[in-house]
Design a binder for this molecule. Structure first.
Ligand code: AMP
Length: 463
């Protein structure tokens, strides 16, 4: 099947052809006609499936085929919400590329950068706005933005937005939108919470789905190395050297852990950088482009910071520490084995993480093969300890988080697998930053209920 048969206009097809896409991906084949028909859409697809073009191409077509722009300032007609800055930037890039031959203006707004240039650009008129929720609300509060003319709303990675505690922000945004509009919801997973949101948001939606990465995992070879916690770094350096890996994305649970590991790998002579929410936007962008360009071999990332990172044919993903939430494992390994490429996902698992591994295998519905490496076998006398989520480190780092957990509150923005690196830190105001601590204090393996509690804490003091 070719793109020509999907009903897209010549200007869009030209831009698509310039991207080098020969044929639509499954999600594009399914989603594009639905969006063009004007119906609401509930799509199950994650990053790497081509979902962005799946909603962007028809959205651009709908906007460009509608009546010409009214005189005066262009109102925002399509709003795309994403959970993280990285994803916003990538979606914005795609919108820009695909609208190359259209009279469509687009803008990306997220926090962590000055708000004034964004306000100026909005004043000039924007048709498609890609935004993270925090900054969008900041702009709205400052009257820099009129959302009353939005015709199409896209919630991208809706599951992640809820995980990150954005539900209240989303509700606030929804309240600013006109009732009559088209809604598109994309999510990798469909928890009850997402279904609840979809029920309220979507009207008679068409549902489409593509295989999740964990079911299409033939492309991804998964392995577990059982190894003592203290020897993980050594084993990682050994594997990188032995197999001469040139591009490895490594996940840690905490920001501190990411920094520490990157430092240690650099000392081992393996060029590395860390990417997480405490890094400035500039540093994050730089690290990502150095990694993409091959200037550094290892990018150490926290879960949220890595969301939406799109690196073609990323060959190696390493779970230096298993995520607390099994679904994050699926998201993590989804960074590799994209398109036609095969990838390898390796998990270094210590005795503390056996339960996390069992939870992951339950979600995957299969056991991940274990590999033993001579000299790195775990010491059977070492007993499991509770997972600390970074709270044991840097006791004075952030003045203490608001959130509390079974294992106590921790330094701000250091703990937890959720929220480290997310949009919260983008906001100019201090309150949202505190949200980091609330989220980061998530108990091990806690569910969305805890996320909801944290959301309540966080938004009780809106910026
Ligand atoms: P996404 O899931 O939207 O993050 O897209 C993942 C990657 O697939 C991006 O690098 C896109 O540029 C690429 N992509 C999107 N659509 C196609 C297509 N039809 N053919 C080949 N690559 C594509």
């Amino acid at each position: 099947m070719s793109f020509d048969s999907l009903g897209l206009n010549a200007d869009i097809l030209r831009a698509v052809a310039e991207q080098g896409y020969n044929e639509p991906t499954p999600i594009q084949r399914q989603a594009i006609p639905v969006v063009l028909s004007g119906r609401d859409l509930m799509a199950s697809a994650q990053t790497g499936t081509g979902k962005t073009a799946g909603f962007t191409l028809p959205l651009l077509q709908l906007l460009s085929s509608a009546s010409p722009h009214p005189k005066g300032r262009r109102p925002v007609r399509a709003l795309i919400l994403t959970p993280t800055r990285e994803l916003a930037a990538q979606v914005g890039e795609n919108v820009h590329d695909y609208s190359k031959y259209l009279d469509i203006r687009s803008l990306v707004v997220f926090g962590g950068v000055s708000i004034n240039p964004q306000m100026m650009k909005l004043r000039g008129g924007v048709d498609v706005l890609v935004a993270t929720p925090g900054r969008l609300l900041d702009l709205e509060h400052q009257n820099a933005l009129d959302l009353s003319k939005v015709e199409i709303l896209v919630l991208d990675e809706a599951d992640r937005m809820l995980d990150m505690g954005f539900i209240h922000d989303i509700r606030r945004v929804l309240a600013k939108l006109p009732a009559k509009r088209q809604n598109l919801l994309f999510s990798a997973t469909f928890s009850d919470e997402i279904k609840g949101l979809a029920e309220k948001l979507l009207h008679n939606p068409q549902e489409v789905s593509v295989a999740r990465r964990n079911t299409a995992s033939e492309q991804i070879t998964q392995h577990v190395h059982m190894v003592d916690k203290k020897r993980k770094r050594e084993l990682l350096s050994f594997l990188i050297g032995r197999d001469n890996w040139q591009q490895v994305l490594v996940f840690t649970r905490t920001k501190h852990g990411a920094n520490h590991l990157a430092e240690q790998l650099n000392k081992d002579g393996i060029t590395s950088a860390a990417i997480h929410g405490n890094k400035s936007q500039g540093a994050r962008t730089r690290a990502l482009s150095d990694f993409k360009d091959g200037n550094i071999r290892v990018l150490v990332a926290t879960d949220i910071a890595a969301r939406g990172i799109d690196i073609t044919e990323l060959p190696h993903v390493v779970n230096y520490e298993l995520p607390n939430v099994p679904e994050d494992y699926v998201h993590r390994i989804g960074r590799t084995g994209r398109a036609a490429a095969t990838g390898e996902a390796l998990s270094l698992v210590c005795v503390d993480e056996h339960k996390l591994l069992r939870d992951i295998e339950r979600v995957l519905k299969r056991e991940i093969p274990r590999i033993a490496i001579d000299g790195y076998e775990p010491d059977p006398t070492i007993k499991a300890e509770p997972i600390q989520n970074g709270r044991q480190q840097r006791g004075g780092a952030g003045g203490g988080g608001r959130g509390r957990t079974a294992s106590g509150s921790g330094p701000r923005g250091q703990g937890g697998n959720r929220g480290n690196g997310g949009d919260r830190s983008q906001s100019a105001g201090g309150q949202r930053r505190q949200g980091d601590s609330a989220r980061s204090a998530k108990p091990e393996g806690s569910s969305s209920g805890a996320a909801r509690n944290k959301t309540r804490q966080r938004r009780s003091n809106p910026a």
